[in-house]
Design a protein around this ligand. Structure first.
Ligand code: ADP
Length: 329
């Protein structure tokens, strides 16, 4: 390993927060220290990069954070980072002024687009770690935060099921997933939901409602329909309002799980994934890699160019959709 070039590495968390970000920060910081590299925490994502909100981290700076949700480095959104090259130049000047040689960006595909520009415009070495509850980043089987989010959603929906059964209610439960139905599909299978509405599969309210009226469901007056946030049919509130006209026999209720899916202590799986990806991100920088995301493919560490990771979303496994449908009857 050629460790001569890299002496100082910056690390930031950007975009949508996800459980496991702290575990990833901890892994990057401790892996740097192990390799005699000085880790520098950058607060509030690209905002902190532009405003030079930097802090040198020690091993104890990341003590007892592996179990915490959120991110100790905070996150932010800075849309101008995409449009204003001057801001990106300020970011690079700040990094160079502090003799920071490379950067680890922990975030989603939006954050990787920003990272890609820093590599392409200024030749600055950046490696990304995929961290989003949506699990939709192309090129990795799993993103940090997804496992915790689906467990949070599953526990909430189990509780909703209890009350739905007691009162014969039909619940429309909205889960997160702006562009992807991974959270919806996984929680639908795990909770035995009656139907799922996701962005990837076109359906209609009439379709969902006619399923609720099928012979098999004749004696059932309760049920759960999972609605992905990004559904083309609208929000769960909108869908429920239209469904109530088509299903007068049901007492319809709506729950939007919202931001609880982003919080909480990360699951074992997310902590381990974050620890692995954080360590390999530092190793990748030491080996001279840049402009890539470190992911997991078939259980193996993989390196995917930012451009490719941002080019599309991971598709939903059709087998999961098939199984969800079979088991919901
Ligand atoms: P995520 O990283 O979770 O996908 P966002 O899409 O909000 O979250 O992106 C986080 C930040 O990354 C944005 O606020 C912006 O600063 C930066 N970013 C997003 N898209 C681009 C882009 N096309 N070019 C440069 N920077 C971008």
């Amino acid at each position: 390993m050629d460790n001569n070039k890299i002496k100082k590495v910056g690390v930031l968390t950007s975009g949508g927060d996800a459980p496991g970000m702290n575990a990833a920060i901890r892994s990057v910081v401790r892996s740097c220290i192990y390799n005699n590299i000085i880790p520098v925490g950058i607060y509030r994502g690209y905002k902190g990069l532009v405003r030079k909100n930097f802090e040198t981290m020690e091993s104890h700076s990341v003590s007892k954070i592996i179990q915490l949700g959120g991110t100790i480095l905070k996150s932010s959104r800075l849309p101008e980072f995409a449009t204003d090259k001057l801001l990106r130049k300020m970011a690079i000047d700040n990094l160079r002024e502090d003799m920071i040689d490379a950067l680890v960006v922990i975030g989603g595909d939006g954050s990787f687009r920003g990272a890609d520009l820093l590599v392409k415009e200024f030749g600055f070495p950046v490696v990304g770690i995929p961290c989003t509850i949506d699990n939709d980043i192309y090129g990795t089987d799993l993103t940090i935060g997804f496992d915790t989010a689906i467990n949070t959603a599953m526990e909430a929906i189990d509780k909703i099921r209890d009350t739905a059964d007691s009162h014969n209610h039909l619940f429309f439960v909205e889960v997160m997933g702006r562009d992807a139905g991974f959270i919806a599909t996984h929680t639908a299978i795990a909770t035995g939901a009656e139907a799922t509405i996701i962005p990837e599969v076109p359906t209609s309210i009439e379709n969902i409602c006619s399923y609720m009226k099928t012979e098999r469901r004749k004696n059932k007056t309760s049920g759960i329909v999972i609605v992905s946030e990004g559904s083309e049919l609208g929000s769960a509130v909108e869908i429920a309002s239209r469904a109530s006209q088509l299903l007068p026999e049901y007492k319809i209720r709506v729950v939007t799980l919202g931001h609880i899916q982003r919080g909480g202590s990360p699951s074992t799986r997310d902590r381990v994934l974050a620890s692995m990806l954080g360590n390999h991100a530092v190793d990748a920088l030491i080996e001279g890699k840049s402009g890539i995301m470190v992911g997991l493919k078939g259980g193996q560490i993989s390196y995917i160019p930012f451009k490719e990771a941002c080019s599309r979303h991971n598709p939903i496994d059709p087998d999961m959709l098939r199984i969800a449908k079979i088991l919901s009857i």
